[in-house]
Design a protein around this ligand. Sequence first.
Ligand code: ATP
Ligand code: MG
Length: 426
Amino acid sequence: MTDYRSVRGMVDILPEDSFLWQQLEGVMATVLQHYGYREIRLPIIEATQLFSRSIGEVTDIVEKEMYTFADRNDDSLSLRPEGTAGCVRAVVQHSLQQTVQKLWYQGPMFRYERPQKGRQRQFHQLGVEGFGVATPDLDAELILLSNALWCDLGVKDLLTLEINSIGSPQSRALFRKALVEFLSDHHGALDDDSQRRLETNPLRILDSKNTETQALLVGAPALTDFIDDESSDDFAALLEMLNAAGQPYVVNERLVRGLDYYNKTVFEWTTKALGAQGTVCGGGRYDGLVAQFGGRDTPAAGFAVGLERLVLLLRGLDAHTPPQTDIYVVAADAESQLHALPRIEALRRVLPQQIIQTHLGGGSFKSQFKRADRSGAHFALVYGESERSSESVTVKPLRSDAEQVTLPDNQLAAFLAQAFAGKNGE
Ligand code: ATP
Ligand code: MG
């Protein structure tokens, strides 16, 4: 028999972790709603061309990271490696860009990369996108919204905002030319990857982790010297808004981002707590993408958060304990179990916040109590013959020295509601 394992880089999220994910997703949904962003749910599979055209033919993602296959009709499809392309496709397809749109989505993305801590082949992103606003107030709102996420999740102190402007496509072309001229003169000193990128995607060389290449770049032409007036005015206005909001940032003139569709503002939130996988969130403006997909010219900006990296940060905080069973129901025999069933269903409806487990699978009183104890429950509810005949229930405290009490059925809910009032924060 084959030993089945999950596919390399594709990870199960087990119950002890899913709790943390639910917390994270709850905070995200609340903050996004608070800022007036609405959820859009998108397919995981799209036409391959959607990604190659928007992200760029010579980017890492499209060159070597996509899961691409032909379906039974021989159409080339890909598992989405990111969410912006699909979101823009949906906006154009449904003509949503007629009015300003503030959208978010969340879910799995797929990239064929070398798996390591904070880097998987199936991973999850939260994407937030704004359409129809050309002014940098949208960029500022997106940044402040991401900051609000970190605040509400308790990871704000671990993250730094890095920000840059990469200008218009025209100014970038001029810079690209100057950069290629400079680097061609130093071709031999470049690492292999950078030599290859010199032909295909020279701006990405600025991102190189190679120390010799980095040293060489100190003397390279600077993107800032080529930036058009409009981009630099918008960047100044954005920084002024961030200053007004008291939002700290670091201008990083090296920041270029790996996808082709960006222009003007780009930003990343980085942390020192995750080693090489230090970027938790990245985004920027992509004013040309809607028109490129056949929609009316519509400015846009957005960002994506890597949720695995956020979960790693949250786990480091250690302040997250999963909820435990509150009440465990024990029955002496089959008849008592039948007697308890409707009563416990009714109890669940009047105590919606409590976790109430009934013992399943029978067994001796002793073994049932052992399970009750292990569940972490505060109380065991016991139904036996005497409880049945007197329409009552025995409540046994499991986490205190208090005596057990036998209550009439109609007093149970009030007793437990009172007992859990403190825990429920009432
Ligand atoms: P990196 O430089 O770490 O590869 P990237 O620039 O390729 O990141 P983006 O395409 O901007 O990443 O995606 C936004 C965020 O999604 C990243 O900042 C990161 O937090 C997360 N992310 C990207 N790729 C992965 C992956 N393979 N596994 C887990 N998270 C990822
Ligand atoms: Mg990457």
